[in-house]
Design a binder for this molecule. Structure first.
Ligand code: AMP
Ligand code: MG
Length: 494
């Protein structure tokens, strides 16, 4: 069996200052611990070949395949608001690009395969825990219908990495529509390299936003398209209870995919001020701040794109046009968010008064400490029968607020065309039963690290691949943590 990978690279054709060549450091005794067979097929890679010795050689970085031109990408970024002019891929190596089954160009990247020109004091390695975390959470996001980078494989390297403690080293193979970030534009803007900014804009337009090419000012159209995709993405995060945790500009992908799963987390009980990341002391990246922070990041992107827009429009009109897009972002986000919430509540179209309906529901969840995911899931059953109310009430510490709300909601549903049963089914198609809860992630990581047992990882991954189906044998995985299981903080992968 031979593994053939039809690399077709474009990023590496850009000038040398866009990247640094990077050769993966060999893994001493690589072992495949996870392979995403459906994704392999989507990428037109033979899953059996990926599982062979040869496949392992690629996924561990031990062999450079024909056509692969491994590089580390250059980028800058605002980290917690502070600008760092040079970050770059310090522990990630782009092997190259391939065209998938649907004709889409995808990056294949190894994360944790050793040092690059951008590693600074880092070791270029990744620990098994964060690798499994990224694998399972990114795949769960995909199953939930949220745009995201994907995980193709996880490999143990056979060497240790040194963090607060000694941990097994691992490499994750990440797949993305593109790894260009807001920080990539910032890298060249900080160097006043307008030529590079133009080339980068052309590259992402050709690859991700081809419609922008034929607009009067392509860079402006590009900005608009990126802002729209970002508004949709953040609304989806909010509506599944996802907290990214480190929305630095270097962790915001131009493609609109969720990228760089570090100290990310899903909310259990609904709390808009929720912060889990141990490195986010000020709560900058709290759950409810994410829409605003995305806009802040987009403003930084706008600053980078202005040198491409001003020559076409003049200074003042360029500024005005960019500001308008930034303002539109807020209304687009609000629209995506409200539409999403409406759908989650079983509403077929918006009506006056819905905003209040939503507000009271969310507020009841917040004051009642109700589990965000289960509340929507159980509400679906309440659309049909009032004997389902008890299961919903069980999620709330007090039913004072929720009981009257339920009457109002049922009244609102009664005015719709579709039947209660149809509403229930529609709600169950978008309100998941299963999310990657923090306490479950900790369990599977511990089993893998402490006992070399990957069965819990496989099982959880399996469950999360069908988040909208009831799975009677996985009742425990649907439930929020018990008080002693609750995870109070999540940590970065580095
Ligand atoms: P992140 O936490 O993934 O957003 O990374 C921030 C920056 O630190 C990026 O430039 C990374 O490439 C770099 N970095 C993170 N961990 C490591 C590591 N173990 N070795 C080298 N560079 C790293
Ligand atoms: Mg990053």
């Amino acid at each position: 069996m031979t593994l053939s990978v039809a690399f077709d690279n474009t990023y590496v054709r850009l000038p040398d200052r866009f990247f640094a060549p990077a050769i993966p450091e060999p893994a001493v005794s690589p072992r495949l611990v996870a392979l995403n067979r459906p994704l392999a097929q989507e990428l037109m890679l033979d899953p059996d070949a990926l599982q062979s010795e040869q496949g392992l050689a690629m996924l561990s970085g031990n062999q450079i395949f024909e056509g692969s031109e491994p590089i580390a990408m250059a980028y800058a970024g605002h980290q917690f608001g502070n600008f760092v002019p040079q970050l770059g891929d310090g522990r990630a190596i782009l092997l190259g690009e391939i065209i998938d089954r649907n004709g889409k160009r995808r990056d294949i990247q190894l994360k944790g395969a050793g040092r690059t020109a951008f590693s600074r004091r880092g070791d270029g390695r990744a620990a098994l825990g964060p690798v499994l975390r990224e694998y399972i959470v990114s795949e769960a996001m995909a199953a939930l219908g949220v745009p995201t980078t994907r995980a193709l494989a996880a490999v143990l390297t056979g060497s240790s990495v040194y963090r607060e403690r000694v941990l097994p080293g691992a490499v994750i193979t990440r797949v993305a529509l593109s790894h260009v970030r807001v920080g990539t534009f910032q890298y060249f803007a900080a160097r006043k390299d307008t030529e590079a900014l133009g080339l980068l804009a052309d590259h992402v337009i050709a690859r991700l936003y081809p419609e922008a090419a034929s607009e009067a000012v392509p860079a402006l159209a590009l900005f608009k398209a990126i802002a729209t995709r970002q508004a949709d993405l953040i609304a989806r995060w909010i509506n599944v209870g996802f907290i990214h945790g480190v929305m630095n500009t270097d962790n915001m992908a131009i493609s609109g995919e969720t990228i760089d799963y570090g100290p990310c987390a899903f909310m259990d009980a609904y709390d808009p001020s929720m912060v889990l990341s141990s490195i986010d002391q000020g709560g900058r990246y709290a759950y409810g701040n994410q829409p605003r922070i995305a806009q802040w990041n987009l403003a930084r992107l706008a600053e980078c794109l202005l040198p491409l827009i001003v020559p076409a429009l003049g200074e003042k009109p360029a500024m005005d046009a960019v500001m308008e897009i930034l303002n539109d972002y807020s209304s687009t986000f609000e629209q995506c968010y409200q539409n999403g919430l409406g759908e989650k509540l079983g509403l077929t179209e918006a009506q006056e008064g819905d905003l209040d309906l939503v507000k009271v529901w969310l507020e009841a969840m917040r004051t009642g400490n109700a589990d965000f995911t289960l509340a929507f899931r159980r509400l679906a059953d309440c659309a049909v029968a009032s004997d389902a109310d008890g299961a919903l009430f069980d999620l709330f510490e007090s039913r004072d607020a929720i009981a009257p709300w339920l009457d109002t909601w049922r009244h609102r549903l009664a005015g719709q065309q579709r039947s209660a049963e149809e509403t229930r089914r529609a709600m169950r198609r978008i309100n998941p039963a299963f999310i990657p809860r923090n306490h479950l992630l900790e369990e599977i990581i511990e089993a893998a690290i402490e006992r070399d047992d990957f069965a819990p990882f496989d099982r959880l991954h399996q469950i999360l691949s069908r988040p909208f189906e009831d799975q009677p044998d996985a009742e425990r995985q649907a439930m929020p943590p018990k008080p002693h299981e609750r995870v109070m903080a999540t940590f970065c992968g580095t």
